[in-house]
Structures are given as C-alpha cells and as structure tokens.
Write a protein of this length. Structure first.
Lengths: 334, 185
C-alpha cells in the first residue's frame, strides 16, 4: 500500500471512536473472521492502527476498499459536518420512473465526463436512500480522498442533501445530479444543519404534523396527569388554543433537531425615535439568528407558553411550512 | 369592565378559595399542588389564571375568591407589567386584605434592583403584603405555600378574631423613604 493510502487509513481510524471500531470492521467485507479475532481491541488505538496497517498491507487492500470503510462509518453516523438541502425542479416525463442502476450509470458517466479524475462510490442504504461518495481530483492530479463529498438522494423525491462540497465543484456536482435524475435544474433549498435526519425529516415532512380542524378539540395527552379536583384553571381554553396553534405551526411529538434559523434583513429602518437611521433610502442590513440545541422545540414552547404572540407569525412558521432555515426578508415580503 | 368582586357570592362552609395569577404559568402549578396537599383541615380550592380579567364563561361556577395572589418573576419585565394591568380588574374591596404579591428571584444578581423597588412601591401603595419566594427547590415551594395558607385562612374568615384587613395592617409592605437612594456600597 502506498504512503498516501496508509495516511488515509490512519486518518480514518483516528476519526472513528474506539467503541465503534469493532462494529465497523465487522461490517467491512474485507476483513475475515480470523483477522478480526487477531486484532486485539484492548490495546491503545495507535497500536491497533499499526496492526491494521500491517494486515491491510498483507491483503493488498487499496484506497477503494478503505473508502468503503469510510462510507460505512459516515452512513452510520451522518450527523457530522454541515449538510445542505437542495431541491430539484422541472421534472421531465421520465423522472419519477428512474431506478437505481440507471441513476448510477448516468451519474457516473456524467461526472467522469466533466472531470476525468474523480472517484465515485454509490451505495443504496436500507431506507431507500442512495449515498454517493465523491473524491475530487482535477485534470492532472489523482482524487484527493481526505476531503470527500457525500450526497444523499431519495429516488423519486426531488430532494438532495450534500455535505463537504466546495464552491469549485458544486456546479459540476449539480449538473451531474440534474442530468442523472432527469430534472431541469437544481436550486438551493436554503436548509442546512448538522443533523442529516433532522433536515431530511423537515424537508420531506416526516415529523408528526398537526392539521387545523374546524372543531378544535384539545390535544389529548398521552399520559394524562390525574387532575386534582381542587385545582382549576380559569383560562384553560386559551392555553389549549395556544398549544393547538403551536403544534399546527411546528408539529407534535418529537421534532426534527434544527440548530439555527437565520433571517437576513434588507428592509428599511423603521423606528421613529431614532432620527439618524430612519428615513434613509437604502435598506438597513441586519441579520437575526435564532440558535438552540433544538430550535423547533424551543419555538413551540415559546408559542404554547404565551411568550410569542398567537397566531404564529409566518416568519417563524415558514421554517416548517417551507422547510428552510435561511430567509432573506425584503420590504415586499419574505 | 368585568371586575372581580369579593363579596358578591356566598362563602362555602370550611372552604377557602385562592386565585393565583401568573403570566408565565409555571410556578403557580407547583404552588397549587403543594397548597392543596399541605392543608388538611380546611377545604382549599385553587384557581389558576394567567391574567385578569377572568373569562365570563366561568362566572357561574367560580366560587368566591378569598385571596388573589399575583406572582411576579423579577427576571422578566413582562411579568410585572402583566400583573399591573391585571390589577385594574379587581374590585377595590379586594385591597382590604384580600390581595397579596409574591415575587421570585429577589436575590438574583442579574435582576435590576429597580424592579423590586417598583414592586415594593406598588404593594405599599395598595396596602398589600409582599412575600418573597424561592421557586426552584421543594423547600422553597413548601415555605411559600405555608405562608400563603396562613394569609388565606385569615382572609377567608376561618381564623377567629382575625380579619384580612386587620392582618394586612400588620403585614403590608412598607417602603422606606430613602429607597431611591439605596445603594450597596
């Protein structure tokens, strides 16, 4: 194995936490049972890495096999790095009937046509998602495996999730994806986050939604707390209404874990007490950022507890209704 | 204006009713549970509200409220403002010993001292007692419940020889004249 291959393997092992190593190797097809037994998982990691390097050298494993291990690790732990959502537009007639082999061939062909030196690996996960790993090179150098791009696409949906792509390679990736999926174009969905499952659930509306009803009934609690007959709430209807509106805007149960919502303001300054800034022609540029460990949960609590006024402002509810977390607000609207 | 009136309904036998008004609706639930558990001899009913005025639909079923407690969290300006606006919906008869102010986070360093001063001035101008409570621990909640029960029983007329008005002259909040010059050097 070459020097660079050794380095890639070392970096990868360093990245994988010790507890997960054994399961990862188990899933990797290139180490047999005897090999796994021969590796001692009680030793310090660097000793284990040395043994592994020797083992791989013996078996003549190449970069291709190591990247498989990396892909297995990333598929198991997708919630690292920054994922960005994209939406495909203008479906052509045969877009809904694309199937896996066709997509794979088309994508590989397109991308290798655009850049000759790329390393592409496509894998279909159990939950119908296609994972693509791309390592980029250019016309003169071999693909650089230490900064790969990962793409997740669910066939028959117009959504694509990408992480780790530079602005240089983004148009090439876009073009290859658009051609392979038989759509007209791809646009930025303005949705990004660290948690892939969260942004996927948000964009594809896979969380528990609450729909407005004509005959509002209070949301039934799953384990109703036995109410003390001596304690009575005076404004219970208001509380129920607020909870209903909060859940309509943001969903019920466990919500996708978003971390940030960014609102970029390009509106004119409007505060009569400040004479220097009001009345200027050019817009007042500002950025409002909401950050939290679980943003949607916090916003839902704000609304249901009355901190935010109801009905829920469309600025906040568009996070879930439109599935985005980056908004540019101008005077004409969002 | 729909004022809450203190003497428009008949009292129940061996019953005391307390109304807890709190904008955030957090502390009142804990307090309500503790109050109901602590009191064994008297039948205590707790009504919880976010602000006044109270909804008209409950007018019939609502018993006579003996004590109205305004819970103000000093960490939030909104809490104080909401309590102030709710005061307008109380009949003046309540201010003779049937209203009490309860503040939390009075010892909190991040709270601006002016807020406590304004609450004290408000309580003093209305001749009402001002209690400080600690809402994060169970002992704090129990202590607050205990003190509220003591005032409630007097306000409901269940303590012989004591009336709400009498008690309030002893417990009402006073503001020293130099409170605005107070500093902690």
């Amino acid at each position: 194995m070459g020097d660079s291959t050794n380095r890639i393997l070392q970096r990868l092992i360093r990245r994988i936490p010790y507890q997960m190593l054994q399961t990862m190797f188990g899933k990797w097809a290139h180490l047999s049972r005897e090999d796994l037994h021969s590796l001692d998982f009680t030793q310090p990691k660097w000793v284990l890495t040395e043994h592994l390097l020797a083992l791989c050298e013996e078996k003549g494993l190449t970069v291709k096999h190591i990247t498989e291990l990396e892909m297995i690790y990333i598929i198991e732990n997708p919630n690292q790095g920054m994922w960005h959502g994209f939406q495909l537009l203008d479906a052509e007639e045969d877009a809904p009937s694309i199937e896996l082999t066709q997509f794979k061939e088309q994508f590989k062909a397109n991308l290798t046509e655009l850049i000759s030196h790329v390393s592409i690996k496509i894998k279909k996960h159990t939950d119908e998602a296609i994972w693509i790993r791309v390592a980029w090179g250019d016309n003169f150098t071999k693909p650089y495996h230490l900064k790969p791009t990962y793409v997740v696409h669910h066939l028959q949906t117009p959504y694509v999730f990408v992480t780790g792509v530079t602005s240089k390679h983004k148009p090439l990736l876009n073009q290859a994806l658009v051609l392979a999926t038989r759509y007209g174009s791809m646009k930025d969905a303005h949705l990004s986050g660290r948690n892939l499952t969260a942004i996927r659930d948000l964009l594809m509306r896979q969380y528990q939604q609450v729909f407005p009803t004509k005959h509002p009934k209070p949301l039934q609690e799953k384990n109703p707390v036995p109410r003390n007959p001596n304690i009575e709430k005076e404004q219970a209807e208001n509380t129920e209404n607020r909870l209903q509106m909060a859940c309509e805007a943001f969903g019920d149960g466990t919500l996708p874990q978003m971390q940030k919502a960014v609102y970029k303001l390009e509106t004119k300054f409007r505060d009569n007490s400040n004479k220097t800034l009001t009345g200027r022609e050019e817009p007042f540029r500002g950025v409002v950022e909401f950050a939290s460990t679980n943003l949607l949960e916090s916003l839902r609590h704000c609304v249901s507890s009355g901190m935010a006024s109801t009905p829920v402002t469309p600025l906040l509810s568009s996070i879930t209704q439109k599935g985005r977390n980056y908004f540019v607000i101008t005077d004409k609207g969002v | 204006m729909s004022l809450l009136k203190p003497f428009s309904k008949l009292p129940g036998l061996n019953t005391a009713n307390i109304l807890l008004v709190e904008n955030e609706e957090q502390f009142q639930q804990k307090l309500a549970d503790t109050v109901v558990l602590q009191e064994k001899t008297v039948n205590v009913n707790v009504r919880l509200a976010r602000s006044l005025p109270l909804p008209m639909e409950n007018e019939e079923s609502r018993p006579r409220i003996d004590l109205v407690v305004f819970i103000i969290h000093l960490t939030s300006e909104l809490s104080f403002q909401s309590a102030e606006t709710s005061l307008k919906y109380l009949d003046p008869g309540y201010f003779q010993g049937k209203v009490c102010f309860l503040v939390t986070n009075a010892r909190n360093v991040s709270v601006p001292p002016e807020r406590l001063v304004s609450v004290r001035k408000l309580a003093a101008s209305l001749h009402c007692p001002l209690l400080c409570a600690e809402d994060q621990t169970t002992e704090g909640v129990t202590t607050a419940a205990h003190r509220l029960l003591a005032i409630l029983k007097v306000a409901a007329g269940l303590v012989p020889m004591a009336t709400g008005l009498y008690l309030s002259t002893l417990t009402r909040c006073t503001v020293p004249s130099d409170i605005d010059q107070q500093n902690f050097e």
